[in-house]
Design a protein around this ligand. Structure first.
Ligand SMILES: *[C@@H]1O[C@H](CO)[C@@H](O)[C@H](O)[C@H]1NC(C)=O
Ligand SMILES: *[C@@H]1O[C@H](CO)[C@@H](O)[C@H](O)[C@H]1NC(C)=O
Ligand SMILES: *[C@@H]1O[C@H](CO)[C@@H](O)[C@H](O)[C@H]1NC(C)=O
Length: 879
């Protein structure tokens, strides 16, 4: 019996790996709705099994969600009446920001079915087809560096010492900048010490990775790779414009092999996770974020919501859950490192705080500076920017590997900055693999070098570091970061503090007396509150707001901490004409890192004084602090679906009701947070002697005037406090969960496999062709790179945050930016959703070199921007 169980388990593993390993049945978006159901599997798979049985022929089982034990994908025929139970699934107006649907209570005919659903299912999540957009700046012409011979010495030295004969190494100014010395990532010192990123893998979550390119092949990690667009394990670029991921990969790990240049960590590995080249849903996106969790250390993401200056969009809940899983289970529980490009919408007045990927606490947001060290106008700023590194601007670009075994000299945008950072993180992790995902963020903040200090409105933060919304904590200096990381000791585990939702309900009206009105609201956090949550020191801060406005782009939101640091959460976006306001929108800031959290946190909501039609109603807000624990042993595992404000109130209640001194919820007072062993500059100037620090301690935390009732939480249901460790380490493979119901699950699974195999055979290939381009588009920056970034700088200066004085007035620079907006819109209109080709059409498949001829004329522009016409022709290294 035992033997046969084992055999069965092996069979299941085997079957699952060949059946969907991660491959999934072809989707039919035209005729079916897809959704994820989360089951309570703590008592085995009974719920799942009976659900499947009872709903056979209605809700059809598709497959398990990759990486999750308890999430399963189902489909339903769009014309079936039971779609109703999926709530507003079919409505176009549904806010799909987190994709979570409410089950609609039905009476009469369908009541029994409704009950069956509601009784066994923990959550339901719609899977709407969508396409994500690359951070893709358009480039027009090539331009090479004019190297003065004497300046080339560092390049020659490196080339000789390291035996680098790659022809475009000399052009890779981001590695060694001969023209503007000092404006590079300062990596050679590490290379001379033999630090090349060995043993670390970065996954390029993008449009593919040219595996066959000899410049990448040797460093390709097949195990960490998957193509979600073509459903294979070989993430090859297949469309004519699938060059983006390959270029990014080259920046990290282009092999030292006499071809093109080299990667910044040229002995590290790269894997390719292809999701940008076609229609996907949140289930593939979630799977991509944790694909190969046991192999991929870093996920480099140069894409996101459109950077058009009017989009407000966050990852769906299931994608957030995946990222939480990544930071909890990736890298043997040290946590995957997610690197995101801040975005290329700077010229559109866009801000990365309107993008829920970049403003996630789980991602490191990387902005750009150019080869002169200037801020390129395209690079988005916001309080979530952690660091910057090099990319295009002032007429130069990133030189890297390209598809078709070529090199490119025109890679750019923040798209190119993020992988460069990822490559440097490979170096960091190769010298200190002990760093957790949060340690990597500490190391980033503490070792970055401030740049352009007269420009970025830097503030001194509690870390005793300078912070700028444009440059974050500064640029990455690879040498300094790695040296710093080498000695870094792990920080204590993470904890969090959620305030109650604070009701404000104050408006700015048309009344002229409201012209310069600033709505202020304060949340006070006292020491007892923080102790209750085992909270020692702040890392990330998030603010969730509900603000109604007829003109979202004219609403400003800023947060002022007890320490006096200001985070500009919402900056004016003149293109954002939305009347939807901010509904449960969450902003993030890394500017308060190192603060105690104690004291008055003030939010200010105001309207652009130059816009007179705006009306604003600030309804309520919630402050969440994430940081270090006081007592590491009492650390918990974060659950994104829990209402920690309620949990805190319950703890407080418990404390009040049982005033016995030795009741456990009170973490004992640690007089001194253990000073970390070494020389961390983290020794901040003690906030205590900051004048603005109000030491007033309210002894009674909860009886404040703010109503402590729980407000529209994003998570309606209070999940029972299940033991948090339902996920086992390293089990990102399917069916290796340790739940008691595993055996039953296995049997059920065999059944499903058979069903699925049958389904696959019955499926007409290519039935899902529908595209939804209207929500997503390419990010285009017209000709941005052909003037010095200083020019962009000028208008930035005008509309940049003036922290000392009043809020900024971004409209001043409208003339200039309008022009570029127009240009951009024009470019965009030329190949927007309607004119974009169906990429799955054979004519776009790259399998030979004459695809130029095959492209229809309307793609001319796109092609121009692609590498096809413009691949770098290797020049001889001048000596
Ligand atoms: C969906 O239902 C309609 C009407 O009942 C039927 O004609 C159609 O074949 C079904 N489609 C699929 C994919 O099952
Ligand atoms: C750059 O690297 C060198 C070692 O190669 C190091 O001494 C220096 O501090 C680093 N940073 C700067 C800004 O020069
Ligand atoms: C990592 O941690 C292990 C044990 O926790 C320790 O032996 C090792 O020296 C650490 N490595 C680094 C580079 O700090």
């Amino acid at each position: 019996m035992l033997f046969s169980i084992t055999k069965l388990a092996i069979l299941v593993q085997f079957l699952s790996s060949i059946t969907w390993g991660y491959s999934m049945p072809k989707r039919d978006y035209d005729n079916k709705n897809y959704f994820i159901l989360e089951f309570d599997t703590s008592k085995g798979s009974k719920n799942l099994n009976s659900f499947i049985k009872e709903n056979k022929g209605i809700y059809n089982f598709e497959h398990q969600l990759y990486g999750f034990d308890d999430h399963y994908i189902f489909s339903i025929n769009k014309s079936h009446p039971y779609n109703d139970f999926l709530g507003n699934y079919n409505s176009d107006t549904i806010n799909h920001d987190d994709g979570n649907l409410k089950l609609l209570k039905r009476s009469g005919e369908y009541e029994a079915q409704y009950d069956s659903l509601i009784n066994s299912v923990k959550s339901i999540h719609s899977l709407k087809p969508k396409k994500l957009s690359k951070r893709l700046p358009i480039q027009i012409e090539d331009r090479s560096i004019d190297i003065v011979d004497s300046a080339q010495k560092p390049i020659k030295d490196a080339s000789e010492k390291l035996d680098i004969n790659d022809p475009t190494f000399i052009e890779q100014w981001h590695l060694i900048n001969a023209m503007n010395p000092g404006n590079d990532v300062n990596v050679t010192g590490l290379w001379y010490e033999g630090i090349f990123g060995e043993g670390i893998t970065s996954a390029i979550v993008d449009d593919g990775l040219d595996v066959d390119n000899p410049d990448l092949n040797e460093n390709f990690n097949a195990k960490g790779s998957w193509d979600f667009n073509s459903n294979t394990n070989f993430p090859k670029p297949r469309l004519f414009d699938d060059y983006h991921g390959t270029r990014c990969a080259g920046e990290i790990a282009a092999v030292k092999n006499g071809q093109c240049g080299v990667g910044v960590s040229y002995k590290s590995k790269v894997s390719g996770i292809r999701i940008l080249s076609g229609t996907i849903t949140a289930s593939e996106e979630a799977a991509a974020m944790i694909y190969g969790l046991d192999v991929n250390d870093i996920y480099s993401c140069s894409w996101g919501p459109t950077d058009d200056g009017r989009t407000l969009s966050a990852p769906e809940l299931i994608v957030k859950k995946a990222m939480v899983k990544g930071v909890q289970k990736g890298r043997k529980d040290k946590g995957s490192v997610y690197v995101f490009a801040s975005g290329n919408g700077g010229r559109n007045g866009d801000s990365c705080n309107f993008d829920g990927y970049t403003n996630s606490i789980f991602s490191i947001t990387v902005g750009a500076i150019d080869y002169k060290g200037l801020h390129p106008a395209y690079a988005e700023a916001c309080s979530a920017v952690m660091v910057v590194t090099y990319s295009s601007g002032s007429g130069e670009h990133i030189h890297t590997t390209d598809i078709h075994d070529k090199c490119t000299a025109i890679h750019g945008g923040t798209s190119a900055a993020a992988p460069l950072a990822a490559g440097i993180y490979s170096l960091v992790l190769s010298v200190n693999p002990n760093l957790t995902w949060r340690d990597v963020q500490y190391v980033s903040a503490l070792s970055a070098v401030p740049v352009n200090e007269d420009d970025g409105n830097y503030q001194i933060t509690a870390l005793d570091r300078k912070y700028s919304h444009k440059y974050g904590y500064g640029k990455i200096d690879a040498y300094q970061m790695v040296k710093f990381a080498e000695k870094w000791q792990n920080v204590k585990p993470q904890t969090w503090f959620y305030s109650d939702f604070k009701e404000v309900n104050e408006a700015i009206t048309k009344d002229p007396s409201d012209d310069n009105k600033v709505i202020k609201s304060v949340i006070n956090i006292n020491k007892e509150d923080l102790k209750l949550m085992n909270f020692d020191k702040v890392e990330h801060v998030t603010v969730t707001v509900n603000i109604e406005s007829k003109l979202r782009g004219a609403v400003g939101v800023r947060l002022i901490s007890p320490f006096g640091v200001i985070s500009d959460l919402a900056t004016f976006r003149h293109l954002d004409k939305s009347g939807q306001g901010f509904a449960d929108w969450t902003f993030m800031s890394v500017a308060h890192w190192g603060e105690t959290g104690e004291g008055d946190w003030t939010i200010e909501v105001f309207s652009d004084p130059e816009v007179d039609i705006n009306e604003v109603n600030f309804k309520n807000w919630q402050l969440r602090l994430f940081g270090q624990t006081i007592d590491a042993d009492k650390a918990e595992t974060y659950d994104i679906t829990k209402d920690y404000a309620k949990i805190r109130r319950d703890k407080l209640e418990e404390l009040k009701n049982k005033p016995k001194p030795e009741e456990k919820p009170k973490p004992e007072e640690k007089p001194e947070e253990k000073p970390k062993p070494e020389d961390k500059p983290e020794e901040k100037p003690k906030p205590e002697d900051k004048p603005e620090e109000k030491p007033e301690e309210k002894p009674k935390p909860e009886e404040k005037p703010d109503k402590p009732e729980d407000k529209p939480e994003d998570k309606p249901e209070d999940k029972p406090d299940t033991p948090e460790d339902t996920d086992e380490p390293g089990q990102n493979k399917q069916y290796t969960n340790d739940h008691t119901g595993q055996y039953f699950m296995a049997i059920a699974v065999v059944g499903f496999i058979i069903v699925i195999i049958m389904m696959r055979y019955h499926k007409t290939p290519g039935s899902s062709r529908r595209r939804r381009r209207e929500e997503y588009e390419f990010d285009i920056i017209p000709g941005e790179d052909y003037s010095d970034s200083e020019e962009g700088e000028d208008d930035d200066d005008e509309d940049s945050l003036d922290l000392g004085n009043d809020r900024r007035a971004p409209n001043k620079s409208n003339n200039q930016s309008r022009n570029s907006d127009e240009a951009r819109d024009r470019l965009f209109d030329e190949f927007n959703a309607e004119t974009l080709p169906d990429y799955e059409d054979d004519m776009f498949i790259i399998d030979d070199d004459d695809e130029h001829a095959k492209n229809p004329p309307q793609d001319q522009k796109l092609q121009e921007g692609s590498t096809l016409g413009s691949s770098y022709k290797p020049t001889e290294a001048k000596s």
